[in-house]
Design a protein around this ligand. Structure first.
Ligand SMILES: C[S@@+](CC[C@H](N)C(=O)[O-])C[C@H]1O[C@@H](n2cnc3c(N)ncnc32)[C@H](O)[C@@H]1O
Length: 254
């Protein structure tokens, strides 16, 4: 069944090219200037808890963010129970909700949607801010049948009016989104975790990122892209947050 699903995606030319790239990067990706354990040591000695950071800025908003995201988690569990495929868990979506409510951005871009925890949290923040638009880039999970219909499945219909979803993979989606928007206020990267995937995405969006863009990158323990990037670009602020054993990078003031 999996082979059949893979073939039915691979016959679509746009999907095929990205599938081949993903398989290639799985085996031959560059790991960065630090090896896996050097990078992990660096993350471990530099991380702070997002909870402490958020409480220092706005404790009331953080408490509210946790409550809103508990509700999202509960709803998601109920919806996902009815699906027989594992669509994976969410990113650190309470952080996203908190940042959206705090900064009231006009344009948010995220890569990596899957079931849609991060999309839901961001769109919920947009609804409450009464401003903003979310642009999301994803690529269907090619091991399951009809994967397109599961992208963002937990996002309630009523929140979708502020959402534009692109599902042809970052290398195709991001140039399209880049032309549609001017500046990105918040960029959440949670798609292709390879070094090259991260590098290409930032390169494709270089005209939309400036010193006021907030950049959040998930799973920065996978390679040393985040370390290399801050060494190269010397941003004014950067943090490493730890969440459920994974690390999330935050950059402001590029
Ligand atoms: C970890 S999941 C995203 C989780 C999501 N942010 C959430 O909080 O629910 C990663 C997603 O990125 C997608 N993805 C992987 N490679 C991609 C690529 N090259 N372009 C776009 N999306 C990609 C996967 O198919 C998957 O849907």
């Amino acid at each position: 069944m999996t082979i059949f699903n893979i073939i039915s995606q691979a016959v679509k030319p746009k999907r095929f090219i990205i599938m081949i790239k993903k398989i290639f990067l799985r085996f031959f990706d560059y790991q960065g200037t630090l090896n896996y354990s050097e990078n992990l040591n660096w993350l471990e000695s530099n991380y702070i808890l997002f909870e402490d950071y958020a409480k220092g800025i706005d404790p009331y908003l953080w408490e509210n963010s946790k409550k809103v995201c508990e509700k999202i988690k509960h709803e998601a569990k109920k919806k996902l129970k009815k699906i027989s495929y594992n669509l994976g868990g969410g990113g650190f979506y309470p952080l996203l909700y908190f940042l959206v409510r705090l900064n009231k951005p006009d344009v948010i871009l995220e890569t990596g949607v899957a079931a849609g925890y991060s999309s839901y949290a961001i769109l919920k923040g947009i609804e409450e801010n009464i401003k903003g638009r979310l642009y999301s880039s994803d690529f269907p999970y090619f091991r399951i049948p009809n994967p397109e219909k599961y992208i963002g499945i937990i996002v309630p219909e009523k929140l979708k009016k502020c959402w534009e979803l692109f599902i042809d993979g970052d290398s195709i989606n991001l140039p399209v989104i880049s032309k549609k928007i001017k500046k990105i206020d918040i960029f959440h990267y949670d798609s292709d975790k390879s070094y090259n995937g991260r590098k290409n995405a930032l390169n494709l969006l270089k005209n939309n990122i400036d010193s006021s863009t907030i950049l959040i990158m998930d799973d920065i323990q996978d390679n040393s892209f985040f370390y290399d990037y801050i060494i190269k670009s010397s941003p004014k602020k950067w943090y490493i947050f730890k969440f459920e054993g994974k690390y999330i990078g935050y950059i402001e003031g590029l």
